[in-house]
Ligand binder design. Structure first.
Ligand code: VGL
Ligand code: ZN
Length: 211
C-alpha cells in the first residue's frame, strides 16, 4: 500500500539526538541507520516537526539522582512508574544536540520536552504527569494538520508516547517502523506495539511512502 503525502500531513521526527546515537550516553542500537531514511522521507513532507529531549543536569529520570539505583530499573514517582536512565540530553551539551546528519532544512518547529526537573516527558505532546502540555497539540490544530507520521528514537518510548497522545487527541497517526529504532528494555517494544495497535495507530514501512 502506498500513502500519498499531502500538504496537510506532518512528519514528526522524534529525538534524533547525539545521545541516542552510537557513542551517545543512551545509544539506541542501530539508531544511526534511520537518519538517511528520515532525510529521504522528510523531503516528501511540506510540514516537519522535530522533538528534542532536553533535560536539566539533575533531572528526576536520571539514575544518578537516586542513590542506590541503576539505569534501566524502575521507581515509583508521584506521577507513576519511571524508568531510570543514564544521564542524557542535558541542556546545551553535545549529546542533546540534534544529529548534524539530519538534513531537514524545511523543518518548521522544534519542540523541546523534559525540561522540568521533576517530571519526565517521553511524549512530544505532554509530560508524564499527563497534564502539562507542550503546545504541540495547539500548533497542529492551529495549522490544521490532522494526519501525522511519526519516526525516530526510540520506538518504544518517545515515538510510542508521542503517537499514543496524538491518537488520543483524535489525530490520524502512523508510525514508520523502519525509520525508528527501539531501546527494548524489559519487553517495552512488544508492549508499545500492542498499545499502539489498540489505539488504532498505523504501522507502516518507509517504502509505503517512498514507493
Ligand atoms: C527517550 C528514554 C529517555 C526517547 C528519552 O527519546 O525515547 N527515552 N528519554
Ligand atoms: Zn529523556
Amino acid at each position: 500500500m502506498t500513502f500519498d503525502i499531502t500538504p496537510h500531513d506532518v512528519l514528526i521526527v522524534v529525538d534524533v539526538q547525539n545521545d541516542f546515537l552510537p557513542g551517545g550516553s543512551l545509544a539506541v542500537p542501530s539508531g544511526d541507520e534511520i537518519v538517511p531514511l528520515i532525510n529521504q522521507l522528510a523531503r516528501r513532507f511540506t510540514h516537519v516537526v522535530l522533538t528534542q529531549d532536553w533535560h536539566p543536569a539533575d533531572h528526576i529520570s536520571f539514575a544518578s539522582q537516586h542513590p542506590g539505583t541503576q539505569p534501566f530499573q524502575t521507581i515509583e514517582l508521584p506521577y507513576g512508574t519511571q524508568v531510570l536512565w543514564p544521564d542524557h540530553c542535558v541542556w546545551d551539551t553535545h549529546g542533546a544536540q540534534i544529529s548534524a546528519d539530519l538534513d531537514i532544512p524545511h523543518a518548521q518547529l522544534t519542540i523541546r520536552k523534559g525540561y522540568n526537573r521533576g517530571v519526565d516527558s517521553y511524549s512530544g505532546f505532554q509530560e508524564a504527569d499527563r497534564r502539562t502540555r507542550t503546545g504541540l497539540g495547539g500548533y497542529l490544530a492551529e495549522r490544521r494538520l490532522a494526519k501525522i507520521y511519526v519516526a525516530g528514537l526510540a520506538t518504544d518510548f518517545c515515538v510510542a508516547w508521542t503517537a499514543l497522545d496524538a491518537a488520543e487527541a483524535g489525530l490520524d497517526v502512523s508510525v514508520i517502523e523502519d525509520a525508528s529504532r527501539a531501546i527494548d528494555s524489559n519487553g517495552s517494544l512488544q508492549q508499545a506495539w500492542t498499545q499502539m495497535g489498540a489505539a488504532g495507530i498505523g504501522r507502516l514501512m518507509s517504502r509505503d511512502i517512498l514507493g
